[in-house]
Design a protein around this ligand. Structure first.
Ligand SMILES: Nc1ncnc2c1ncn2[C@@H]1O[C@H](COP(=O)(O)OP(=O)(O)OP(=O)(O)O)[C@@H](O)[C@H]1O
Ligand SMILES: [Mg+2]
Length: 288
């Protein structure tokens, strides 16, 4: 069970003066239950890539397979693919349009043919998952704060019970607290429901903290694909691509250069703290 891209190339406006090769020969597989991060400089092809995952755009060359089936083969049910793979666009709150929150979140399940009771159940469950307060269920989406709108929009996709949730910069423009809350809730959803999450983010700290695998895009190609430690160990190459490792990586390297025996592979604050404390402890024990 997986989503697979085989040698996917995507060209905007082919054969015109505006031709743009946004993806170049990208092959990857996302197995069920993974929490994957996609990073890359602006224009590197992240949004183009994720729109292939639910069949929103068709590769110019190459194939997209869902559970082993070519989603662009004749007769393939793209509607069912889009139910299985939920896509949350950047600034999804611009797509809220119903008169109240609950009706808005019910929109997806209603389209899937659920009864009004099922729609309501699914909508309430999805809103609980994103930590949206019950007393605001009957408010107009337009009266909500930015963070609340974002939660409603994510809940709208979750209510369709996707197996895979793909989010394009879900925390862009939110304050640090709102950002952490939303990402913590996504992680919890991944842990409890086993849902696959694909997260596009500009924040190395978020990526390092939440994901188990990082795909780095650069100029339409996949530059790296691996666990965070492995990818961040290429921090010099990442810099050359206009990216950077998490700040903690730089701190750990600086400490090492100044003679402290710390683990330069630490990518989260917790790991760094443990490594620094162990190094300090080691120093204390050394005979003078
Ligand atoms: N609709 C479009 N028509 C023509 N070119 C496009 C279109 N959408 C994107 N592009 C171009 O394709 C390339 C990849 O764009 P894409 O939006 O996938 O990048 P991105 O990594 O998501 O960038 P960002 O971080 O800014 O969101 C860019 O050069 C972009 O200008
Ligand atoms: Mg984008």
């Amino acid at each position: 069970m997986s989503i697979k891209l085989e040698h996917v190339t995507y060209t905007y406006s082919p054969g015109t003066a505006y031709e743009m090769h946004a993806l170049k020969d990208v092959s990857l597989e996302i197995p069920d239950g993974q929490f994957v991060g996609i990073i890359g400089h602006t224009g590197s092809g992240k949004s183009t890539l994720i729109q292939h995952l639910n069949g929103l755009i068709r590769p110019t060359e190459g194939r997209v397979l869902f559970d082993g089936q070519d989603v662009w083969a004749e007769g393939y049910d793209l509607r069912s693919l889009r139910s299985n793979v939920g896509l949350v666009f950047q600034y999804p709150e611009h797509q809220l349009f119903e008169t109240d929150v609950l009706t808005d979140v019910c929109f997806g399940p209603k389209n899937q043919g659920c009864t009004p009771e099922e729609c309501r159940e699914r909508a309430e469950e999805a809103l609980r998952h994103v930590g949206f307060p019950e007393q605001l269920y009957h408010k107009s989406p337009f009266e909500l704060s930015g963070g609340q709108k974002r939660r409603v929009a994510i809940a709208g996709v979750l209510a369709m019970n996707p197996r895979v949730l793909v989010l394009d910069e879900p925390t862009a423009g939110l304050d640090p607290r709102g950002r952490d809350e939303i990402l913590d809730q996504l992680k919890e959803l991944h842990n409890t429901r086993g849902i696959t999450v694909v997260l596009v983010s500009h924040s190395m700290e978020d990526i390092a903290k939440y994901v188990e695998r990082i795909i780095v895009m650069n100029g339409g190609r996949m530059a790296f694909d691996g666990i965070p430690k492995e990818v961040f160990s290429h921090y010099k190459e990442l810099e050359a691509m206009g990216l950077a490792a998490p700040q903690i990586t730089y701190i750990m390297h600086a400490l090492k250069e100044h003679g402290m025996d710390v683990d330069t592979n630490a990518t989260t604050i917790e790991e760094a703290k443990a490594s620094i404390l162990a190094a300090l402890e080691g120093r204390r024990k050394k005979p003078c």
